[in-house]
Structure formats: structure tokens, C-alpha cells
Write a protein that binds this ligand. Structure first.
Ligand SMILES: Nc1nc(O)c(N)c(N[C@@H]2O[C@H](COP(=O)(O)O)[C@@H](O)[C@H]2O)n1
Length: 161
């Protein structure tokens, strides 16, 4: 069964980057993954002064609006690095917050899909043909956390022998 998620108040809303789960990245606290992701668009660019403004945004919606402002200059390598930037932040989110880590692991091997009607890169788009990169990242983070847990169990068993 495919698990669709999108808005934070809908089922599996904790999978949204807009969910209220803060992360520390590069020594700074970010209120949501969305705050961090939007700010990274400007790292090293001539518009880097916007980064602390995005960090302090009152909501993920406000952070997204600041990051999407078309008159600001994005870092030149943004298209190359954005999926990696997102994956690092999503992994940190689920390693930081144990309750949602269990929700993610509880999805087993189900397909996870960001059901955004407008986003054909991070989500599946209106007609479900989008690339679903956020869903793919969540599934890869789920697998990485499973492997980490498996390694920890094996190490504990070895040490207790
Ligand atoms: N929950 C939620 N609400 C929205 O209104 C959204 N647009 C999204 N999608 C997220 O938007 C981010 C992509 O931003 P850019 O288009 O690259 O500026 C990404 O976090 C999507 O998951 N989610």
C-alpha cells in the first residue's frame, strides 16, 4: 500500500518538511527542515545575507516564501546539491526525534509519496507522474536508520558474549 503524505495536519504529516521538528545543522538550530533547506539555496551566494532571516522566519511557509523569491541569486551549484542537502537534513530530523523515527520505521517497506499537487520534483504532482524525490529520500533514510539499528544490535550481542 502506498503511503501518501503532504500537509502536516494530514496522516503522516510528520514526513513533511514543514513539520514542527527542529534540527541542529552546522552549529545552528533550524525550526524545521524547510527553514534549513530554503536557507541553503543562498550559501556562498551574493544573497547570503538572507540566510539568518530565513533561519528566524516565524513559520516554514514564511521560510519557503523567502527562499522562493525569484529576485534573489541562488548558489550556482544549487541544482547539483539540493537533493543531498535535503537528505542530510531529513536524516538529521529522524535521528533527532525518536517518536517520528518509530513512525518512519513503522511504514516497513511501503512506498512513501509526497502528494503535492504542484511539485513534480519533490512530490508526485497532480497527475502522480512527478519524481517524488522527498519520498525517495525518506525511504532511503528509513533504510539507513534500519541498518544503523541492526549494527547496534549486532555490536551489543557481540559485547555481551
Ligand atoms: N507541506 C508542504 N506544503 C507546501 O506548501 C509545499 N510546497 C510543500 N513542499 C515542499 O516544498 C519544498 C520545495 O521547495 P522549493 O520548490 O524547492 O522552493 C520541499 O520541502 C517540498 O517538500 N510541502
Amino acid at each position: 500500500m502506498t503511503i501518501y503524505f503532504y500537509k502536516v495536519w494530514q496522516p503522516y504529516g510528520c514526513f513533511s518538511n514543514f513539520s514542527d521538528h527542529g534540527i541542529y545543522m552546522q552549529g545552528t538550530y533550524w525550526s524545521t527542515v524547510e527553514h534549513y533547506y530554503q536557507a541553503q539555496k543562498f550559501a556562498g551566494s551574493t544573497d547570503a545575507v538572507i540566510i539568518p532571516v530565513i533561519c528566524s522566519a516565524e513559520s516554514p511557509e514564511e521560510a519557503a516564501a523567502l527562499g522562493r523569491c525569484s529576485t534573489r541569486k541562488l548558489r550556482r551549484d544549487w541544482d547539483l546539491v539540493k537533493t543531498q542537502v535535503m537528505r542530510e537534513a531529513v536524516l538529521k530530523k529522524f535521528l533527532t526525534h525518536g517518536d517520528i523515527k518509530e513512525i518512519l520505521l513503522g511504514t516497513g517497506d511501503e512506498l512513501l509519496v509526497e502528494n503535492s499537487p504542484t511539485d513534480y520534483f519533490w512530490g508526485c504532482g497532480l497527475n502522480k507522474t512527478g519524481q517524488n524525490h522527498l519520498g525517495k529520500i525518506l525511504m532511503s533514510v528509513r533504510e539507513e536508520i534500519r541498518q544503523l539499528r541492526f549494527s547496534a544490535v549486532i555490536s551489543a550481542e557481540y559485547l555481551s558474549q
